[in-house]
Design a protein around this ligand. Structure first.
Ligand SMILES: Cc1cc2nc3c(=O)[nH]c(=O)nc-3n(C[C@H](O)[C@H](O)[C@H](O)COP(=O)(O)OP(=O)(O)OC[C@H]3O[C@@H](n4cnc5c(N)ncnc54)[C@H](O)[C@@H]3O)c2cc1C
Length: 434
């Protein structure tokens, strides 16, 4: 019978960071079901290419986690200024659309600027309150033009959920709201407004983003790959691990998706199960392409138009040329679905047509390597049901002394550094006896 002080479900960045904080201080076991660490921050090798689960760029904002991450990468990292663009009305304009309308046709630009100024005159806080839905928030904050030409079509493609029911607590860190002078300058003065959380980013020079979890994993004596937790009893403090048997623990840190934890918890009360059953998410399919020939210097682009099946496409070799053989480029293209399957053959044909139409590739025959990666639970849906469901689930977990952290464990729209921070935080609480 195996016993551990702290059982950590999942060896993504949240679980690995929790392990780093516990290493040498408390006995712990990280059960990771895959045969590699990193979760969504892993990098897969295929042919001469390294592919991520779409662009995974480090947006560092907190001193402790910045030190930890850059220290683990030990110089294997570059800092870059974002070159992101939006393709709309058959042309490119810099991202963010709302502050950089200079590339748009005259009529679209005028509609967007006048709509923004009209919305701005009506005032109101840029941050939505918890209950405000996206359709209302975007028109109130950005006006009708920017909403119609970018915010509504782009977010409809990304979320795959009715925007009239999507709530807006997630918007503040991810959707920059420019000042009127920035909107006017970005439309007519040719000035680029480098707004938003991702204006500058870090990325490993070599090895893809997987270099980060791999560097963490090398320090962890309690990481076990190929161990899938199948069920857990929080009251009895025991988990069943596939092909392995029971693991007894004192404290649990979960990083698997919150609804999965509830589903596998034998002692979850009925009201907690009902609450978890109300949580929704989309799925994202990432087509990674290795291509011959030169590519645009941009890092990534957003595609609001219906004629493109994907919402975003990026060129990973512009973060790190080492991701592809010399003279080759690699692309990642993200397509969201509400759940279920995507017809990969027709999706791929649509993607290649789209990349050609916007000029990112000259011909489909340039594609020489392909890797489809599915992210079954990609973006958690913010809606009234989520707001109502989470407090009950988390108060049950708290009463059992269990933590559920990370992007999916805490069921939110967050980024890698936040998963690292939550891992350190949960482990710190356990070390302090909380
Ligand atoms: C399309 C997309 C693009 C993104 N781009 C960025 C970006 O550019 N920058 C950024 O900072 N963030 C980005 N993110 C977010 C980033 O991926 C996450 O914040 C972070 O990687 C999540 O780490 P985690 O450890 O919380 O979860 P995960 O990476 O999901 O790790 C959870 C781990 O638990 C394991 N697991 C699950 N169930 C079990 C079980 N029962 N037993 C054992 N193991 C289990 C899984 O295999 C996985 O390894 C992006 C996310 C998506 C979907």
């Amino acid at each position: 019978m195996l016993k551990t002080d702290v059982l950590i479900i999942g060896g993504g960045l949240a679980g690995l960071s929790a392990g780093m904080a516990l290493e040498g201080r408390k006995d712990y076991l990280i059960a990771e079901r895959e045969n590699r660490p990193g979760g969504l921050a892993a990098t897969i090798k295929k042919g001469g290419y390294h592919f991520d689960y779409s662009g995974h760029l480090l947006h560092l904002r907190w001193p402790e986690t910045t030190r930890l991450i850059l220290g683990a990468l030990k110089g294997n990292v570059r800092r870059m200024k974002r070159d992101a663009r939006v393709y709309a009305h058959g042309r490119w304009t810099p991202y963010p659309f709302q502050a950089n309308l200079s590339g748009m046709p005259d009529g679209v630009r005028a509609e967007c600027v006048s709509g923004f100024l009209k919305a701005w005159r009506h005032g109101g806080p840029a941050a939505g309150d918890g209950g405000e839905v996206f359709t209302r928030w975007t028109r109130r904050v950005f006006g009708d033009g920017i909403s119609r030409h970018f915010m509504l079509p782009y977010n409809a493609k990304l979320w795959q959920y009715p925007l009239s029911r999507l709530t807006t607590e997630w918007c503040a860190p991810f959707v920059p709201v420019p000042k009127p002078e920035d909107v006017i300058a970005g439309a007519y003065g040719g000035k680029l407004a480098a707004l938003g959380y991702n204006a500058v980013f870090h990325y490993p020079r070599e090895g893809g983003i997987g270099a980060l979890p791999n560097a963490f994993a090398r320090r962890l004596r309690g990481l076990r790959l190929g161990l899938e937790v199948e069920s857990v009893n929080l009251k009895k403090r025991v988990a069943m691990v596939r092909h392995f048997g029971p693991v007894h623990f004192r404290r649990l840190i979960n990083t698997s998706p919150l609804p999965s934890l509830v589903a596998m918890a034998e002692d979850a009360p009925a009201q907690v199960r009902r609450a978890a059953a109300r949580l929704r998410h989309n799925a994202v399919y990432v087509l990674n392409l290795g291509v011959s020939g030169a590519a645009s210097p941009m890092h990534w682009g957003y595609f609001p138009g219906e004629e493109f099946p994907f919402y975003r496409a990026g060129i990973a070799t512009n973060f790190s040329p080492a991701l592809a053989p010399r003279g080759r480029a690699s692309f990642y293209i993200e397509t969201a679905v509400p759940g279920g399957a995507l017809d990969l053959a027709s999706a791929e044909a649509g993607i290649l047509r789209g990349l050609k139409a916007c000029g990112l590739i000259g011909s489909a025959s340039q594609a020489e390597e392909r890797l489809w990666l599915k992210i079954p639970c990609a973006y958690v849906v913010y809606n009234k049901e989520r707001t109502e469901a989470l407090p009950g689930i988390f108060s049950w977990l708290k009463a059992r002394g269990a933590f559920s952290i990370g992007r999916y464990g805490s069921w939110k729209y967050s980024f890698m550094e936040e998963s690292v921070r939550e891992g350190l935080g949960a482990a710190g609480d356990i070390l302090r006896g909380r």
